[in-house]
Every structure is written in C-alpha cells, then in structure tokens.
Design a binder for this molecule. Structure first.
Ligand code: PMP
Length: 447
C-alpha cells in the first residue's frame, strides 16, 4: 500500500497541530493515515487505499459511513434552517422523550457536547446532590479527558495520583480507584469511606482496557453498597449506550438501575454529543431547576439532536441490532476458531457489536482462578479461564504486540482496527458477510 499523501499530510499537520492530531488515540506508528471519505463499512484514505473499518469513529457510527435516508434528510433540514439558535428547540425534547421511553432509569436528561463533558457534569451533579466529594472509579476505566478521573493507583492501593501533568494532586485526593470485579476491594473502600463517597462511576463493561465484562453479581454489589451508604451509582454508557443491549443499553441487559447514566457517541448519530440522564429528582439539581451549575453554548445542538433522534428511531424500527450483533457473534466465533488453531494463547473478548483480541500469551498467574468468579459469559465462552477480569489482566498481556505487529499486519491487508490493545472495535449496520469473511481471512494470515 502506498501512504505517500498521508505522510505528507502528517508532516504538515505536525507543524500546526500538537502531535499532528486532534485526539491522542488517532496517532499511530509510524504515522496515521488520513481519512478521505467513508463508504458503507469502508474507509478510503488520502492515498485511495480502502479498508474495512472497525474503528467506526471510536463508536458513534452505528450505521457505518452511509447514513439511512431519514437521518441524512433530518440533518440537512436542520442545518439548512440555520445551524443553532441559543433558544430551545422541539428536536431536543423529541430526543429526550425517546431516551426516557427506552432507558427505564432515565426520567430526565441534560444534553452536552462530548462524553467528557457528560462525565464532568455527572460527577459535579453527584457531588452537589450528595454534598460529598469522593468518587470511586475502576482501575483502567476511562471517562474522558477530565481532572477527576485521569488517575493512576498510588502506593496505597486505593488512593490515586493524577495520570497527567497539569492536574493538581488535590483532585486525585478525592478519587479512589478499585480493581474492576473485585467485590472485596470496593466493599472495603465503602466500609472505610462510605459516608464521604458521592458516587461510584463505572462503565458497565470496561471498553477502554480491552473489553472486560462484569462477573455475575458485581454490579448488584455496587448498587447495594451505594444504596447502603447514600451514594449514587453512575453508569458511563458513552460506549455501551445504544450499542450493548440495544435500546435499553447495557444497564437493561444487566438488569441494574443506576441513579445516573452518561451517554455520548451513538446518541448524537455521529455528531459531537454527550448527555447525563437519570432520576428526575437528581437531574433536577442542575441549574436552572437546581443549583449545580451546568451550561453550554452548543448543548442540545439541533443538528446533533436531529441526527441522534433519527438514528435511534431508525434503529428501533429496523433490524439494526440483530444485524450488528449477529455479525459480532460471527466475528468473535470465527476469530476464536482461528486462535484455537493458530494462536491458542490469545483470547477473544466482546459482546453484541464490540470485539477485540487480547494477546494473553503466557497468561500470567493473575488469570488463574478467575473461573470461580462467575463471569456472565462462563456458560458460553470456552476460553473463560484466560478471559481478562480487570485492567491488570489486560496490562499483563503482550500489549505492545498489537500496535507493533498485529495492527500493522491487518492494516496492510485492508482491515482497519483500533491501533492499541485497549480500545474496542465495532461492527456497523453497513458491514456485510463478505466483510466478515475478508476480515477472518486477514486474521488467519496475520495471526
Ligand atoms: N466515557 C467513555 C466510557 C468513553 O469511552 C469515552 C471516549 N471514548 C468518554 C467517556 C469520553 O468521551 P469523549 O471522547 O466524547 O469526550
């Protein structure tokens, strides 16, 4: 494959954009390709190379690159009427009503402009509502580029330090990070700090550290601990929302009712978006109904709201989730078979339309004994025993192999995967059986 134009563009970009990109995950070795256009499930780069795309904008593109006609028509109609107003519009109400109809825990919402803004606002709301400062997050969880959650474990296991320069130590003092799926750890944290904890903030399925499923009963334990101690349970469904469990989201799949949910990605149909939803009694603490300040020039942007509403409506009325989940099953089963034959120490993770291969070569001791833990996939997954149960398990895998070798091999075969071991990959409504076959062939050769 020729990448000359991408390399030239990258050279230009390096002079005027920090690191040549506008989001750090887009950088890849030796340089990223520049996208020219999308075509169904495919992406065409600046040199005319065509890839089967499983990055899908890091999650928002449920339909792939070609939007269904009603979605395109609504976007064009709203854009042509003038992009935005600074006054409320009917389409914001329509999307909010749709979400409250389909996600039982959500009675009321506040739309914002990114997943990060959603989690920032949710944390502020939880702190304002409870009058407490501490939040509990999961090690390896990701909630966007925000001060309260960019933390790494310190010397005392549950205390944290900022994971980036520029964040005062004092922010991390209020954030406790526990290992995902460790009921003992979170119970201990609550017995020590229960009265100070405003919220537990977790992705229902960790989607930014490989893909890690909750073991049976883990979310129930979180729910019970929050109830006992007057803390809020916040599910970050920025990735899983309207992807895992269809329109009821991952919380519906797990049968757990969080107090608050953060959304992003799919809920904006491919445009910049975020949202905080939950019990009206809590969400009404946002200004102007309540006193927890929240505001945004672009929030509830009519074009985004139209794209989101028509996207979810289309998904509700067509076989979108059946299609993406069936192809997800086929991909996971196919890759699992290939691993069995060519690379038995690797493991395939994911659910619905999310998938990833974890390079668990020389599975560390950390993997042993997890079979007892009761993962929800125990019945169906033949590789349950080496399936990662927390971010330490994923970190212990051969994470460098992904970008250095495997990802490059796949890219050269015309399959575009996420460029590091940690980010999930996504199937869209535009992917076909033929794409899956091509992808499995490439996996076989690359593995
Ligand atoms: N939460 C989760 C679970 C995410 O995966 C992400 C982004 N991938 C965010 C929050 C932040 O969203 P954004 O990049 O839109 O700010």
């Amino acid at each position: 494959m020729n990448h000359d134009r991408s390399r030239d563009l990258y050279d230009r970009a390096l002079s005027v954009l920090a690191g040549g990109v506008n989001s750090s995950v887009r950088a890849s070795m030796p340089y990223p390709f520049f996208a020219e256009r999308g075509d169904g499930a495919h992406l065409v780069d600046a040199d005319g190379n065509r890839y089967v795309d499983y990055v899908m904008g890091y999650g928002p593109l449920l339909f792939g690159h070609d939007l269904p006609d009603p979605v395109t028509a609504a976007i064009q109609q709203h854009a042509s009427q003038g992009p935005m107003y600074g006054a409320p519009t009917e389409i914001e109400v329509e999307l909010a009503e749709f979400v409250t109809r389909h996600v039982p825990s959500v009675e009321m919402l506040r739309f914002v402009n990114s997943g990060t803004e959603a989690t920032v606002s949710a944390v502020r709301l939880a702190r304002g509502y409870t009058g407490r400062d501490k939040i509990v997050v999961m090690q390896g969880g990701y909630h966007g580029a925000q001060e309260s959650t960019l933390v790494e474990a310190g010397e005392d296991p549950y205390h944290t330090h900022p994971s980036s320069p520029g964040i005062p130590e004092s922010f991390a003092e209020h954030t406790i990070a526990v290992p995902f799926n460790d009921e003992e750890a979170v119970t201990e944290v609550f017995s020590e700090h229960g009265e100070e904890i405003a919220a537990v903030l977790t992705e229902p399925i960790l989607g930014n550290t490989g893909i890690v499923h909750p073991v049976d009963g883990y979310h129930r334990t979180l729910r019970d601990l929050c109830d006992e101690h007057g803390s809020l349970l916040v599910f970050d469904e920025v990735i899983t929302g309207f992807r895992v469990g269809g329109l009821q989201c991952a919380q519906g799949e797990f049968g757990i009712t969080p107090d608050l949910t953060t959304f992003g990605k799919i809920i904006g149909g491919g445009f910049p978006v975020g949202a905080v939803g939950g019990r009206a009694e809590v969400v009404e603490h946002f200004t102007p109904a309540g006193s927890v300040f929240q505001s945004g020039t672009f929030s509830g942007h009519p074009v985004t709201m139209a794209a989101g509403y028509e996207t979810l409506k289309y998904a509700a009325e067509h076989d979108v989730y059946d299609h993406v989940n069936a192809l997800g099953d086929e991909l996971r089963a196919g890759i699992r078979d290939i691993c069995e034959e060519h690379a038995p120490e690797y493991t395939v993770v994911g659910t619905d339309s999310m998938f990833k291969t974890i390079f668990t070569r020389e599975a560390p001791e950390a993997f042993e004994g997890h079979c007892e833990a009761g993962c929800t996939q125990r019945e169906t997954c033949p590789r349950y025993d080496i399936c990662p149960k927390n971010s330490a398990d994923v970190n212990a895998a051969a994470t460098d192999r992904w970008e250095r070798v495997f990802w490059q091999e796949m890219k050269e075969r015309g399959i575009w995967l996420t460029a590091n071991q940690f980010e999930s990959q996504f199937v869209s409504y535009a992917h076909t059986e033929e794409d899956v076959e091509r992808t499995l062939e490439a996996y076989k050769e690359a593995l």
